[in-house]
Design a protein around this ligand. Structure first.
Ligand SMILES: Cc1cc2nc3c(=O)[nH]c(=O)nc-3n(C[C@H](O)[C@H](O)[C@H](O)COP(=O)(O)O)c2cc1C
Length: 187
């Protein structure tokens, strides 16, 4: 297998992070990889907010936790069963104490197509550098808070993707979960 395929096949969502910080130039490389994504008419309508400061991370988590609990109360049984193990293992079931949280913020006609590719590029680049990542939808729960929106400078025409967590995995890099066989029609 070539290195790109190997990276794609071995990427997986990491939910246990080491506290070891990621050097800034490595974060820059991961962001540059995101920035290299294709976009409709090459509009590149995205930007990145990198959160590493403890105060803002604490604020995000304190806002996310009650919202997460409320969300889980209404969640279908299958999802809450799936999350039980995660919730029991992590004191932070939203951001998993990741050293870096990156909000990827998109705007423009094609951003729903473009910006997830930015995120995927970042997660693959991270994997190639032995850095773990996870797209955490629940990480968006505090986005109804005006102070959070102000800090992220979210404009009315913008939409947030991710956020993407980054950090060195605690222990071994986890193995990829089994994927379903692809459904293919060959013509
Ligand atoms: C749009 C999206 C939202 C996700 N949100 C969460 C989340 O809030 N919390 C979480 O732990 N994982 C989240 N994930 C990660 C998925 O659970 C994970 O990709 C899936 O279980 C497959 O595992 P793998 O990434 O290791 O292949 C999300 C993934 C995507 C693409």
């Amino acid at each position: 297998m070539n290195k790109v395929i190997e990276t794609i096949m071995s990427r997986r969502s990491v939910r246990f992070y080491d506290t070891k910080p990621i050097p800034k130039e490595i974060l820059q490389t991961i962001i540059d990889a995101g920035n290299a994504a294709p976009s409709g008419m090459n509009t590149q309508g995205w930007r990145f907010v990198v959160v590493q400061g403890k105060a803002f991370k604490d604020k995000l988590l304190s806002l996310a936790m009650p919202r997460y609990k409320k969300w889980m109360e209404k969640a279908p049984q299958s999802l809450s069963d799936m999350r039980k193990e995660i919730d029991a293992a992590a004191n932070d079931p939203v951001y998993y104490n990741a050293p870096v949280i990156i909000f990827v913020i998109g705007s423009g006609m094609t951003s729903d197509f473009d910006t997830p590719m930015v995120c995927q590029n970042m997660m693959l680049a991270a994997r190639s550098l032995d850095i773990g990542s996870c797209w955490v939808y629940f990480g968006q729960l505090p986005l109804d808070d005006m102070e959070v929106r102000k800090e992220l400078e979210i404009q009315p025409d913008e939409k947030v993707y991710g956020p993407i967590l980054l950090g060195y995995p605690k222990g071994e890099f986890p193995k990829s979960p089994k994927k379903k066989e692809p459904k293919i029609k060959w013509i």
